[in-house]
Every structure is written in C-alpha cells, then in structure tokens.
Design a protein around this ligand. Structure first.
Ligand code: UTP
Length: 333
C-alpha cells in the first residue's frame, strides 16, 4: 500500500459560528492565516505527504470552497460530498462512505498540524493523532494500554489522561470506519444534537479494534479569533517570509502579498497582508488583513480584518467582517 492509495477525507461543512462576523459571508476555511487560506495549508500538507485523492465534505458556503479549491488545487483529484446540514463530524464523515474506498486519512479542515503524515500512512495499525494538553476537559481524550487506545471519552469532566485527540485519523481499511459510523447513525445516538465522530471511534475500541495513538509535534487551531491569530504568529515565525514594502518599515515576521499595496506604514511583527489589500499611513502588528481590505490612518494590533473591509481612523483593536466599513473621525475622538 502506498501513500497514493490513501484518500484524504476533509470535512469543511461547518458554519464556523465562533468566527462570526467573518463567517457570515465567508467559509471559515477560506480565511487567511499566514500566506494563504486555512484550507490551502491543509491541502499543501496532504500533497506534500504524497496524497493525491481528496474527498471534501462541503455544506455551508460550500460553493466558495469548491471554487477556490478547483482554481488552486487542480493538481489534486478532489471529489465533493454535500452535507446539507451540519449534523456533526461523525455525520460528515459517514456521508463519504459511497465515495471513498481503501485506506483513508481523515484531516479536520480547520486545524493546521506539524505532523509527519508518513507515520500515519506507513503504520501497520489504524492511528489517531494525540497531543498532551494541560486541560483535557475541552477535548476528546484517549486512555492507552500496551501501546493502543483502550478508551475514548469526548470532553470528560474528570479526564483519566491528558492525551487529547487532535485532528488526524488513519484507517487502513475504510470499511471498518464506515461500519462503525453506520452503527452509530443507525442507533440514532447524538450528543449535543450531533453525530460525534469520537462516539464511533469509542465504539470501535470497545469492540476490540486496535488503534494506535500517535503523538504529534504541533497543533494549531483556527476556530476562534484568538487561536487564528496565534496560528498566524506560528506560521509567520516558521515560514520566514521576507517581504519588502518601499518606504515602509517591515518588522519580521510578516507576510505581504505581492499584489498588496503598502505605503507610508509600519508592518509587523506578525502581520499578514492579503492579496490586493491596501495599507496606508498605518501601524499594523499581530493582525490578519484579508484580501482587498483597505486600511488607512490606523494603529492595529490583535485584529482580524475581513475581505474587502474598509477601516480608516485611529482605533487599535477590531474584529471586522467582509465588506464592513469602519471610519473614525479624528476630530471627534
Ligand atoms: P468545528 O466544530 O471546529 O467547526 O468542526 P464548525 O462547526 O464549523 O465551527 P463552530 O463550532 O461553529 O465555530 C471541525 C471541522 O469539522 C467540520 C468543520 O467544517 C471543521 O472543518 N464539520 C463539523 C463538518 O464538516 N460538519 C459538521 O457537521 C461539523
């Protein structure tokens, strides 16, 4: 079995409610982090690991995702499955059962990972990525015995281990995964109204299926404004872009798209400036400015500026969505 035999299942159908207002008009996975949309990092990692077949589960604002992926990732063989309502991660993956056969690697669409994917695809066992976390109560948590997972609990009140499940799952035979999901769907069991993937995996473990926990290096969530900015800092720090903006002070690490126009400004550290953005007479650090946004006379830090948003004035922390317009009149401040 080679890496090319694997199909990556990438669910991206969620509504991204924690990233509103940005996600009212833009799907979460198309928001920029570092130098490209979140989903771009994930598809690049999959391609870099030798995967060619991808099955994406789309729903909320799915046309925008299809459009971006078909333009930018024509070198991947991508199929799409519709999830009309976000009924949970388990439900999203279950929907791919007629489109995927053979070995499967599930990657969440909103989590960027520092992980050697060949550890998952080269293993003789099914695997789940785990990471030690300080407070496991917010996560699916695994217990282990003899090198394998012996129990899994979603968001336990009293965790019996600090090993959290963090977004990569590999199955050598997709049938074992889909059979477990089918049993869960048939049982009608939901938690908080959703078909939980962890419940299906816990069922597999309980039935004696051997799944190996694989510790991974880094795990960068993009689900909330503060974690998106944190992930942005990590990507900029790691990729070390060296952008130049004539007549401006650039304090690395910074990403400035070649099609952005930056004039008379101080940019960085930890600023990402997207395609076609215009920055004038501003100081911008620790912020993400999405494509075609326009910012002038601002001092911004810890801010997310949506695509095509216009911000002009002198306040210093904003969370502004697509096509918003914010202006501060200096004389009234
Ligand atoms: P999340 O729960 O983090 O994403 O799911 P969300 O639901 O979009 O975000 P919030 O909680 O409303 O802010 C992890 C991944 O699983 C996908 C999401 O799109 C995300 O990539 N997902 C989740 C689905 O595809 N379908 C679902 O029903 C739920």
């Amino acid at each position: 079995m080679t890496k090319k035999d694997f199909t990556a299942v990438v669910p991206v159908a969620g509504a991204g409610t924690r990233l509103r207002p940005h996600t009212y008009t833009y799907p979460k996975v198309l928001l920029t982090v570092g130098d490209k949309p979140i989903i771009g990092h994930i598809l690049d990692d999959l391609h870099g690991a030798g995967i060619r077949k991808v099955c994406m589960v789309v729903g909320y604002l799915g046309d925008k995702i299809r459009d971006y992926v078909s333009r930018q990732y024509a070198h991947l063989d991508v199929t799409y499955v519709e999830q009309p309502e976000p009924k949970g991660l388990g439900h999203a993956i279950w929907l791919t059962r007629r489109s995927v056969a053979g070995p499967v690697l599930v990657m969440l669409g909103d989590t960027i990972l520092d992980a050697d994917l060949s550890k998952f695809m080269g293993s003789k066992d099914d695997c789940i990525a785990v990471k030690e976390v300080a407070d496991p109560r917010r996560f699916g948590v695994v217990e282990t015995k003899g090198g394998y997972i012996s129990a899994m609990v979603e968001k336990p009140e009293r965790p019996r281990s600090n090993l959290a499940i963090v977004g990569i799952y590999s199955f050598l035979n997709s049938m074992s995964l889909y059979n477990a999901l089918q049993r869960l769907v048939d049982s009608g069991r939901t938690t908080k109204g959703e078909v939980q993937f962890t419940d299906a995996l816990a069922g597999m473990v309980k039935a004696g299926h051997r799944i190996r926990p694989v510790p991974i290096e880094g795990w960068y969530d993009c689900g909330k404004p503060e974690t998106l900015l944190e992930t942005n800092r990590h990507i900029l720090g790691r990729k070390k872009f060296s952008p130049k903006a004539k007549g401006c002070l650039v304090v690395p690490p910074v990403y400035i798209s070649p099609t952005a126009e930056v004039t008379n400004s101080i940019v960085g550290p930890f600023a990402s400036i997207g395609d076609g953005a215009k920055i004038d007479s501003s100081i911008i650090s620790d912020s993400i400015v999405n494509e075609n946004a326009a910012i002038s006379n601002m001092t911004l830090s810890g801010s997310l500026i949506g695509p095509s948003a216009v911000v002009a004035g002198s306040r210093d922390q904003l969370n502004v969505g697509e096509n918003s317009e914010v202006r501060f009149d200096r004389s009234s401040c």
